[in-house]
Design a protein. Structure first.
Length: 219
């Protein structure tokens, strides 16, 4: 006999179930727990939206490593759709996070990480000098996320990742003028060099100045 929709919590099952990341099919879960496939399918859709599982034709349902970003993104995009001013509020959260976690994050970066940051700056500068000029938005996103990549905190990382997805959503990756872009990437260049020199105090000061530049663009 099939149970009602509230008798089985698929997300709780994911969190507390067996250790394998390969999960039974919906048909198997239905037979084992007495829940209709339609109810399971609805709960599976929620789990997919939250980034807890992926579903592929050949491999079936697979539990994914935990990430906070999908849950933040869904809520944030809803807030922005309701009121574009929500992005400014979330941007303020992001700036505070980067400032507060700067020293911990910068101290964890390796020589290989610094080389990658330098390559991003070089690529961005070449894009801005090219014909036609291209906006290095992907490089901007990757550089900031790369600085914080080794933080052992999925919630901070998730918030930062969601910020950049929202940044694209509201169109801030569009061309904003060459002079502004040159200022931004000069700032990035100095920040990366401060990291390379392990002068994290100066790097933090440059980061704060970088955010001040962004604030002035919004005035």
């Amino acid at each position: 006999m099939l149970k009602d929709a509230t008798s089985f919590d698929f997300i709780k099952y994911l969190a507390t179930g067996n250790g394998s990341d390969r999960l039974p099919s919906l048909q198997e879960l239905s037979a084992e727990h007495g829940v209709s496939i339609s109810v399971l399918r609805e709960q599976l859709q929620v789990a997919r939206a939250l980034g807890f599982v992926e579903v592929r034709p050949r491999t079936g349902i697979k539990r994914l490593p935990y990430t906070f970003a999908p849950a933040v993104r869904e809520s944030l995009f809803y807030a922005i759709d309701r009121d574009q001013a929500a992005f400014a509020s979330f941007s303020d959260v992001r700036r505070h996070l980067e400032r507060v976690y700067w020293f911990e994050a910068a101290n964890r970066l390796t020589a290989e990480d610094v080389a990658h940051l330098r390559s991003l700056v070089k690529r961005a500068e070449e894009m801005l000098k090219g014909e036609p000029i291209r906006v290095p938005h992907a490089e901007h996103r990757e550089l900031h996320l790369a600085i914080y990549q080794h933080l052992q905190n999925p919630f901070v990382i998730g918030l930062l990742e969601a910020y950049w997805e929202a940044y694209e959503q509201v169109g801030l990756n569009l061309y904003t003028g060459l002079e502004y872009q040159l200022h931004v990437w000069d700032s990035h260049h100095q920040i990366v060099e401060a990291i390379a020199e392990k002068d994290f105090v100066r790097g933090h000061q440059l980061l704060v100045g970088h955010f001040d530049l962004i604030d002035k663009r919004s005035e």
